[in-house]
Design a protein around this ligand. Structure first.
Ligand SMILES: [Zn+2]
Length: 324
């Protein structure tokens, strides 16, 4: 059996995955959609609420950065960076049900679908598989178009997905994956899972700790929770803070609510009695900053530098494997 740390890294070209004009289109469309929640560039109190740190529940009010009218602060206790004040839950949910998310799927998910299916999602599944010596039951929360589950199903895993947005749901169901429509908060199951995955989900939800707790309760003995979240410790985040960059991807105002720090991840493990089995970072930090097309030679050098950043846990996303 391959050890998870031996699974080969992959190199992805951001522009190939998400063409610049598509990124720009989604960025502008969301900003236009979100404008109604502001008065004279300030959050309208009717729609926003002040919160404590979503990961450690402590209070800290110093503004760190302002991006597209949204304020982000850093928690001095656990280093999490989070949106505060943030849109109330009902308005956040509307964003996913009112069609803006469909625009995202059309512009940013579907164009890179083949790269995901053939490269990035295959590696995710290889990592999952390396932690078990049998095909088990996997629950993918926020499974989107079901690409990851399709691969797991092809490898004899028993697959269930939950998806909030209809557009993702329809695509996944066409692929024959067992998908339940709705939120994880309302999900009930009598069976336990060997693995529960949150790929790019916990940064979107108002209650990430509740979701992890729920996952723990649905896990079988020795089960594994896998989540991928944007990193508060990353090169890209440091660049955004120090140089005022407003990236089309990564921050995604109003959608990415929480940026996780390694300190917070370790705190979660301790509080939920989980073992940090493995952690890595993957990112597109440099291309996100440069956001430009280059010839192949330069792109290769960028990918090589990115891989060094990845290996040093300094990239824009953490991928975390927690064992019960
Ligand atoms: Zn905190």
């Amino acid at each position: 059996m391959t050890k998870i740390s031996d699974i080969k890294r992959i190199q992805v070209d951001l522009i190939e995955l998400k063409p610049i004009k598509n990124q720009e289109e989604v960025y502008n469309s969301y900003n236009k959609y979100l404008a109604k929640y502001f008065n004279n560039s300030l959050p309208n109190e009717e729609f926003f609420e002040k919160i404590n740190c979503p990961l450690c529940e402590q209070k800290n009010d110093s503004v760190l950065i302002k991006i597209d009218l949204f304020e982000y602060i850093r928690c001095n206790v656990c280093d999490t960076i989070y949106n505060n004040p943030r849109l109330k839950k009902e308005f956040l949910e509307k964003m996913y049900s009112e069609g803006e998310y469909e625009n995202y799927v059309k512009n940013l998910t579907l164009p890179g679908d083949q790269i995901r299916k053939n490269i990035t999602e295959v590696r995710k599944f290889d990592q999952l598989k390396s932690l078990f010596n049998f095909p088990g039951r996997v629950l993918d929360v926020g499974c989107g178009a079901g690409v990851f589950l399709t691969i797991a199903a092809d490898n004899n895993w028993n697959c269930t997905g939950i998806e909030l947005s209809k557009s993702g749901l329809n695509i996944a169901q066409k692929k024959g994956v067992n998908i339940k429509e709705g939120s994880f908060d309302n999900y009930h199951s009598n069976k336990k899972y060997n693995c529960i995955t949150f790929w790019g989900v916990l940064e979107h939800v108002v209650n990430p700790i509740e979701q992890i707790k729920k996952a723990v309760s649905l896990l079988d003995e020795n089960g594994v929770i896998i989540f991928e979240v944007p990193s508060a410790d990353s090169l890209l985040m440091k660049y955004v803070i120090e140089h005022g960059l407003v990236p089309y991807r990564f921050i995604e105002s109003a959608r990415h609510l929480t940026f996780f720090s390694l300190k917070a991840i370790k705190m979660i493990c301790e509080k939920q009695s989980l073992n940090l089995e493995y952690i890595e970072s993957n990112g597109l930090d440099i291309q996100t900053v440069l956001l430009q097309e280059f010839d192949a030679e330069i792109i290769n050098k960028i990918k090589n530098i990115q891989q060094l950043i990845d290996k040093n846990l300094f990239s824009d996303h953490y991928r975390v494997f927690l064992r019960k």
